[in-house]
Design a protein around this ligand. Sequence first.
Ligand SMILES: [Zn+2]
Ligand SMILES: [Zn+2]
Ligand SMILES: [Zn+2]
Ligand SMILES: [Zn+2]
Ligand SMILES: [Zn+2]
Ligand SMILES: [Zn+2]
Ligand SMILES: [Zn+2]
Length: 1754
Amino acid sequence: MASELEPEVQAIDRSLLECSAEETAGKWLQATDLTREVYQHLAHYVPKIYCRGPNPFPQKEDMLAQHLLLGPMEWYLCGEDPAFGFPKLEQANKPSHLCGRVFKVGEPTYSCRDCAVDPTCVLCMECFLGSIHRDHRYRMTTSGGGGFCDCGDTEAWKEGPYCQKHELNTPEIEEEEDPLVHLSEDVIARTYNIFAIMFRYAVEILTWEKESELPADLEMVEKNDTYYCMLFNDEVHTYEQVIYTLQKAVNCTQKEAIGFATTVDRDGRRSVRYGDFQHCEQAKSVIVRNTSRQTKPLKVQVMHSSIVAHQNFGLKLLSWLGSIIGYSDGLRRILCQVGLQEGPDGENSSLVDRLMLNDSKLWKGARSVYHQLFMSSLLMDLKYKKLFAVRFAKNYERLQSDYVTDDHDREFSIADLSVQIFTVPSLARMLITQENLMTIIIKAFMGHLRHRDAQGRFQFERYTALQAFKFRRVQSLILDLKYVLISKPTEWTDDLRQKFLEGFDAFLELLKCMQGMDPITRQVGQHIEMEPEWEAAFTLQMKLTHVISMMQDWCALDEKVLIEAYKKCLAVLMQCHGGFTDGEQPITLSICGHSVETIRYCVSQEKVSIHLPVSRLLAGLHVLLSKSEVAYKFPELLPLSELSPPMLIEHPLRCLVLCAQVHAGMWRRNGFSLVNQIYYYHNVKCRREMFDKDIVMLQTGVSMMDPNHFLMIMLSRFELYQIFSTPDYGKRFSSEITHKDVVQQNNTLIEEMLYLIIMLVGERFSPGVGQVNATDEIKREIIHQLSIKPMAHSELVKSLPEDENKETGMESVIEAVAHFKKPGLTGRGMYELKPECAKEFNLYFYHFSRAEQSKAEEAQRKLKRQNREDTALPPPVLPPFCPLFASLVNILQSDVMLCIMRTILQWAVEHNGYAWSESMLQRVLHLIGMALQEEKQHLDSVTEEHVVTFTFTQKISKPGEAPNNSPSILAMLETLQNAPYLDVHKDMIRWILKTFNAIKKRRESSSTSPVAETEGTIMEESSRDKDKAERKRKAEIARLRREKIMAQMSEMQRHFIDENKELFQQTLELDASASAVLDNSPVVSDMTLTALGPAQTQVPEQRQFVTCILCQEEQEVKVESKAMVLAAFVQRSTVLSKNRSKFIHDPEKYDPLFMHPDLSCGTHTGSCGHIMHAHCWQRYFDSVQAKEQRRQQRLRLHTSYDVENGEFLCPLCECLSNTVIPLLLPPRNIFNGLNISDQPKLTQWIRTISQQIKALQVLRKEESTPNTASSKNSENMDELQLPEGFRPDFHPKNPYSESIKEMLTTFGTATFKVGLKVHPNEEDPRVPIMCWGSCAYTIQSIERILSDEDKPLFGPLPCRLDDCLRSLTRFAAAHWTVASLSVVQTHFCKLFASLVPDDSHGDLPCILDIDMFHLLVGLVLAFPALQCQDFSGISLGTGDLHIFHLVTMAHIVQILLTSCTEENGMEQENPAGEEESAVLALYKTLHQCTGSALKETPSGWHLWRNVKNGIMPFLKCSALFFHYLNGVPSPPEIQVSGTSHFEHLCNYLSLPNNLICLFQENSEITKLLIESWCHHIEVKRYLEGERDAISYPRESNKLIDLPEDYSSLINQASNFSCPKSGGDKSRAPTLCLVCGTLLCSQSYCCQTELEGEDVGACTAHTYSCGSGVGIFLRVRECQVLFLAGKTKGCFYSPPYLDDYGETDQGLRRGNPLHLCKERFKKIQKLWHQHSITEEIGHAQEANQTLVGIDWQHL
Ligand SMILES: [Zn+2]
Ligand SMILES: [Zn+2]
Ligand SMILES: [Zn+2]
Ligand SMILES: [Zn+2]
Ligand SMILES: [Zn+2]
Ligand SMILES: [Zn+2]
Ligand SMILES: [Zn+2]
């Protein structure tokens, strides 16, 4: 051990290490006063080990601490060498069946939705995978840190509490056994001693508050003047403020300041200066001064180094204790005992108490260490967990108020431990009964909200910032209350009843403070000046919603409790309303001979409040009573007699009237705050305990009073009493037409009132109100949501209320009411309503918003029309009411109701002006429909002896009474049926009349009570039937007519095709060619097509006409005409890269002539294929530029494209572009006029070219050494014999027009600039190279895409690709005409020399390091520069052919050298054929030339197969290249996919099928060439294994493999720590999908400098991995991120879907996510096609907010 430490320890005082742990422990064992002994030891050594300088040195400190401080303790505890002692303890231990794993930040956690007792019960990944829950419905989240795995806790799970691993440890005996029995007495005693001392020491020192003085027993003899200036964390100051301040205060660099700030943020404190007191004090004052301008200065302390030392050791000690107790449950129990033992000062003096009570004074790091210790000790021991829970509850109020004023987030507060304690059902129950926890929590909460109004209600108006802060924090107490209530008792004891009701009392006190809060008064005249504060009250209501529901759930479980609670609630409500009639005058209302007493109160004039939680709680309890058994059997036992229905309904009614008036526009001047409140009142988050309960309360009231009375009070509150109580009021009212606004207002109010009545009668789907169960309720909600439109799972979930466990109950019923439709490549899975559920649709469903209602109405009518039904939407059949509510239905047949109906129908019949509305009528019709449905149901369910008391049909048949003698309702309906202005409602009226007649018939047949016969009904019936029949007939005729026309049309079409067969075929072909290769059309009749060489198939010249998208003019593409251009986008690419670590360091000096076969960085050109005149484009671009400049000056707005870099959007399709490609005719035809039959063979040709090259080189040399030695010059001239017909002084004339030449230069320069990332310079000799390279690279990338997708090489390519490749190839071939001839010649010579060596080029790459296709393209396209001076008659075509053959040969050698090494086990199929023996021979030659370094000959069959496979991509690329260069159509065989087409390719490319023949035919030169290639030093090195080489065929790059289950990615990321800040967890781990690197994104720690700017880890990575383009997965957010350059980016939908076919960006829902391979392939395809940048452009154009995101810091 000692030797290992040696180098580390060098610098340290050697004496420290000489001290032996064993000896020290021995001394302690003898000690009489152990505490004193140990303290002396610590006082002596701790300051020597810790805090010896400005910077912490944790490794060294830890090592010494272990040796000198912890070692002796371990020896003492074990009584022997701990290396033996601890394993012994571990063995004797019976391991726990609890997992207890403490979660790291970002670690995945799982909760089972079926089995978890509440959503806070979670499993770690390992336990989850080994549990039964993995097959259940589960939810996955990422932990925010803290909290632990609940595996093994039987109270947390309804089923399957153990995973496989922890199952093994379950105790056989139920009885909990004392873990101390496994330890010896001695060990127990010693452990107790040492734990007691050390734990006390740690607590004492951590809670020590003096800054320069130690506790007396730790004080040192001599004390030096060394201090730390300690900076503490708070949540007020930002990172930037801290960094800025530090740089000023302690004179550090920005890097150091970032380091300090990061540590302060993580650990809660960090020393920022070390030195004498003065020195530190000075820094402190600067920091305080600099930050005190904000709310509160940063906390800084100057602390003596020895105090810091002891505190650091104290923390170390706590972690040590945590790890020691891991050896044995017995040790853990002892620690718990020590911790909870009461100290000398009595109450609250145990060590655990002291830590908790000092929590808010400790820094973050200290807190988290001791919280963790609590979790692994106290919370893991079942016995002490209870004791600890009691301590926690006793201190609860103090801890919470500490937290409220603490400036750290809750996760760093001990108060946060409540979730671990209160959610354990047995603990919660115990704390309620023993410690009265409910009352404590509620009282503590109330204690913090002291701001009240005169009536004692909460008041949030005029809250200060501090109060608002407190209010936010105090809300966590509500969460605690929720935890306590979340598991409901299965058994009640008297004790529990009593304590619960006590808590309920406290809760009612709380609600009482809310009843009537934030009252509002209608603003008339002026608009309100300031929007009143309303959010706080609603926040409170929202947070309490679940608690209120849970209170009711608890009450529902025990009848005694329920009745008591009901009484209490009623009493409190009475108090609230005490004297609600005060000052309000009593009045008497009467209509139709009924009269009632009420008060005069106008919502529009007096105060009204939306907050009525006490009334609503009572309504909830009332429903529960209605459900209970007592209500059925002994209703007299219920406290119903004390109720005063008018009092119950008063406030809820006012609230609903307020909503109606707001809707009628009467409260406009009260501003948005009111509109928002009304919105939330109905919103799914609040309505359960607000709006819904108000409806219930009114239902309760109506069912207990005379409905006539109720309706009159209601009319009065709606301020409509006058209208309906005065006969003929309507007429007078409408004739006056005084105030149009008032009339319309009243119309709306009448509509709203009718709607309310519909709801009161129709909403009976809550169990207890109607005879339904919870499933019926949720089904109905879903049916109505889906009636609006089909919805995705998450949408549906959002529209349904969640319970306290975040469940909607939807999954259990959804299948019964909806079909699921799976998603495609985009979009989401959708639920659609089953057609049979449509009959349950209620147009006036009370949870519809107005917009939803009209959408649903429209959708349902449309559906009916599609099914050819009539479009009436009659009310659905409803379930019966519960007995307590049964009398409610009588409201429908009450006299006042009938009066209202009659009045409105009368208005409709009179149809005068705007004094009535259609929706008013529609609602009346709906009410009539409801009444008829009700009567029908009564008839159905009635038994012999009962008489049906619901006689609506009779009542509406009677005419109105005197004095107005109006006709009967029925008669009026019949009149309205034919009213032309009510067309929409005809179907509904018809339905009503039909139902009426059906009921009448039943009544006649079953009972004697006659229904008044009315005239016209029979008439009506027959006319209705007739009408219906007529409609059906017409529909049928229409259908037949349509079919006939269709038949005729297709007949005509066939004739037309027959007659114009020829014409038709042509158009068909044209259609195909539009999307296929365009120049297929010149039909070349004969069989073999040849793309190059002297035998090239001659293509008749074709004229090409194109239209400019900007000016719409057509123009022919000609050499001498104005240039036409294609919008294009050039970008650097690493898509094909085989080496991502390569990096061009100095682009200014980089020579791109030879592309390495690793293709590490290429230049790709893409185009959308849209054509413009060059000058039209120029004008367009100039205007874009001008506009952008103006815009930037004004607003500095970002755009999705970078104008300064030449970017623009295609004017037609908005595709991102940065240059244009000119359109050209095949350039070879221009130069290749003559075609002489006698052409040289390869050998001869090479000789000629070599001579020409040599001649050029001599001339070049002369030019560069002008006239110095003329004699020597002439000498050279003599030496130089110009080859025959070679005229180097000849310069050909450029055939292109000026405008084309300009475009050639433009595009060439753009390619150069982007490809090398340099400044544009059209003179640079590298411009032509970059053009050829881009052509080669683009062809290669397209060949890869086609191969990967198994598409034929010349299949139907998308138009834009085809256009792009053609233009690009022709451009590259023509570019030399605008470049310097000698430059191009030099390039040619150098390229040529790489294959045919000469003496003047020494340092050329070996053939292993050249991409042969790039070489081919370069040679072919540079060749005309040489050929144009050759008048000997050798054609261009001959040159092309020989170049091609030469490069092919080199490639074959390249393949044989690199790709034939691994011997395949497969047997040779057939005896050696011609190819096999040829290749074998060639291989032997290679073997010789390499000096036998090449491996011994494998089989010829194997070699040939490798050559064929290896060369295919090259042949395919070449075929594409020559096809576009020379315009020879492709052979039809290659246009379809299937076989490899090797022979066809060879024929097309003018190659022998046996490629090796190339070598045999040219044997004279072959040998020489092969030798020169093989003798290269690099080849030797490769064959000797000293270096690598690319082998062929190169495999396509793929995005990395992603796991099927998303949680394994989360897990992987949670183990990832920031590479720069020593083991810290990264906050935004982000995965590069290209190379699989995990990055620490969006964080200060990992910013780096790139081209002078700070950029985040992702942006930096894109530069090395994707040359600026990146594809990432943000793991915590489950979001794909595309980046391009520093400023551009977008988010893209991730390839992970849940079972409902939806993505979960942000991981908010937590449904299990699985990889969708198709979507991932789609992303890969975008990458392969180089479309990432384009995708970003489109996303940013569509969503401007994306432009503003600071992409470069991701
Ligand atoms: Zn676990
Ligand atoms: Zn487990
Ligand atoms: Zn489960
Ligand atoms: Zn134009
Ligand atoms: Zn376009
Ligand atoms: Zn990468
Ligand atoms: Zn980092």
